[in-house]
Design a protein around this ligand. Structure first.
Ligand code: COA
Length: 373
């Protein structure tokens, strides 16, 4: 009998120089730098530059990169019209998938719009796409991107969302979260981007494949699902009882477990500390304690640990971010990692085309239509 590897678990499908995930069950590095150092000492723009351009920027390179991103925030009128015509009831991941695709028809890859330019362009303007649609449909407002006031992607996002200068703690929490979400080796959405790239397709098509793949609750959609789960419980007792019952019913608890990490997710404690810090000023700060109660039961019952999505949920919530925007924030960040992988795949491309073990009917004669049924 042919042995197959369900979900490609443990299969090495290629080489990468971009990141390491869970070597010996723990740890995460981007181009050799430990995630703890990056989260402590750098900003999202530095990390995006590291991923897209290969090395950390010098101070003048960082300033030039930030200026470039600020310049690229504006949307063509055609994209604004499209965003206005999309239903307000759409999921924001659908909105991003479609508006990135639309931009690809207006600024399609060419000598003018090179792959590195498109990477910068998307990192810069995806937050505008998201919040243009959101503010138009929720508050009947047509926002214009601020040009210089908020240089960081995190500050820009919060300013567009709340219409005022963000609090420093919230801005930095979001900045750190974007660092943590930026890159993760051959995860499902990155792999989807690489498969699309391997056929010789264009940059936007690879990104649209990745956005569609990220949306699912087993991948990026888990942060939204984790929030829905946490807000079901008003007390720690309710949470403990509820989670035990769900586990007994074999329900998967979103925000726990990981395909590669076996002992812990190195990003979780970093975002957990931010969630705890912000919970102290929040009206519904008890949700942090509820989250900890869920974490405790998951460990006792299943020896499962929280992944990045679990405490990101409450951290985002305490920043005043509506739950449907959680997975799009993941897109805003992971665009940098996806871009790096598209470049890497192109630099040493071979069509990605695995095989399947056939389990269907044995060869049989073709029946004329009148003999069927
Ligand atoms: N809640 C409850 N049980 C879980 C679980 C979870 N979040 N994650 C894994 N398990 C259990 C499974 O039920 C299974 O138990 P069994 O062997 O008794 O049937 C076992 O652990 C293996 O799970 P499996 O789904 O086969 O692992 P995987 O490697 O295919 O999946 C994930 C990895 C991440 C998809 C999975 O852990 C999951 O669905 N987590 C929730 C979604 C999530 O947080 N996704 C974001 C990932 S960063």
């Amino acid at each position: 009998m042919t042995v197959t590897t369900r979900g490609l678990e443990g299969v090495l499908v290629g080489e990468t120089a971009i990141s390491t995930v869970g070597k010996e069950g723990v740890g995460l590095t981007y181009r050799g730098y430990d995630i703890h150092d990056l989260a402590k000492h750098s900003t999202f723009e530095e990390v995006a530059y590291l991923l897209v351009y290969g090395e950390l920027p010098t101070a003048p390179q960082l300033q030039a990169y930030r200026d470039q991103l600020v310049k690229l925030r504006r949307l063509p009128n055609e994209v604004k019209l499209l965003l206005e015509n999309m239903p307000g009831s759409a999921h924001p991941m659908e909105v991003l998938r479609t508006s990135v695709s639309m931009l690809g028809t207006l600024e399609s890859e060419s000598a003018q719009y090179t792959d590195h330019h498109i990477a910068d362009r998307l990192i810069a303007c995806v937050p505008t796409m998201l919040l243009y649609w959101y503010q138009f449909h929720r508050h009947n407002k047509r926002i214009e991107p601020w040009s210089s006031e908020e240089q960081t992607t995190a500050g820009y996002f919060l300013q567009l969302l709340h219409g005022k200068k963000p609090e420093e703690d919230m801005r930095r929490c979001l900045d750190v979260s974007l660092i943590l979400y930026a890159e993760h080796e051959f995860n499902a959405s990155t792999f989807a981007a690489r498969v699309t790239t391997s056929t010789g397709s264009d940059f936007y098509s690879a990104i649209v494949s990745a956005i569609g793949t990220l949306r699912g609750p087993l991948h990026g959609g888990a942060n939204e699902e984790a929030m829905h789960l946490i807000t079901q419980f008003k007390t720690l007792e309710q949470a403990e009882k509820g989670i035990r019952e769900m586990l007994a019913d074999k329900v998967k608890i979103m925000g726990f477990g990981h395909r590669v990490y076996k002992k812990s997710d190195p990003r979780s404690d970093i975002i957990k500390a931010w969630s705890q810090k912000l919970s102290m000023q929040a009206r519904d700060g008890y949700l942090f304690a509820v989250s900890e109660a869920i974490e405790k039961v998951m460990w006792e019952e299943k020896k499962l640990f929280p992944n990045l999505d679990f405490y990101s949920a409450t951290a985002y919530h305490f920043c005043g971010i509506p739950t449907p925007l959680f997975t799009p924030l993941f897109v805003m960040s992971r665009l940098s990692g996806w871009s790096a992988h598209i470049f890497e795949q192109r630099a040493n491309n071979r069509l990605i085309r695995p095989e399947a073990a056939y389990v269907g009917p044995a060869p049989r004669p073709f029946p004329p239509i009148q003999d069927r049924g």
